[in-house]
Design a protein around this ligand. Sequence first.
Ligand code: ARG
Length: 251
Amino acid sequence: MKHVFHAALLAIAICASLVGCAKKDDSKTTQLVMATEATFPPYEFREGDKIVGIDVDIAGAIAKELGRELVVEDTKFDSVIPAVQAGKADLAASGITITEDRKKTINFTIPYVEAAQVILVPAGSEVKSTADLKGKRIGVQSGTTGDTYVAENVGEPDRFDNPAVAVAALKSGKVDVVVCDKDPARVFATKDAALQILDEPLTKEEYAIAISKANPELLAAANVVIQRLKDSGELARIVASYEKPADAAAE
Ligand code: ARG
């Protein structure tokens, strides 16, 4: 009797461990992990304890197509592509600009939006155009195309972990201007009448989702979904859903 009891316990233990293992492995195929830096409205930002935005909705559509649950991991912007390379995330969706340099280490999907770097200044600033940037203290988000542009064309910028902190430094006079992506800049300027965006953009860029070179299947699936979102008008609807009436008034 004792033997039977032990055998039964052993069987239960084995089953449990198998189920445990199966569950663990399953998460790889039941979840789609997106790496992002979530202080970048309207692409990714926090609403209460949730991360929402255009990128979250696009990644959500890809997850849905694959029958997986989207899990959003918030990290520093310099870490989103390395997270994908290291296999910690399946994709990085973070308003990421396609660049030749990044293409060496990661694959990009087809682009989903046009972007640009712009100059954000306090209203009434003596900086009126790109030509006035020389000698100014310029805030950027570390590791971004804005960072690269300033370093290559103007001089060493002041680097911040996220655009919101860079804007706070602008407000407190620690930097003279902030160079960042146009859509987040628009959100910051709309919320704060003391901020202005200069007309002339510094760059012309396109955003895409970054996927490991080791995962061509996911790249192909993501491209199909993005193309479909574009063709059906769903992408335009997603973008419009993040444009608050106040943003339109600031145009
Ligand atoms: N588009 C710029 C780049 O790719 C900045 C992106 C920053 N994104 C973010 N979620 N903070 O470098």
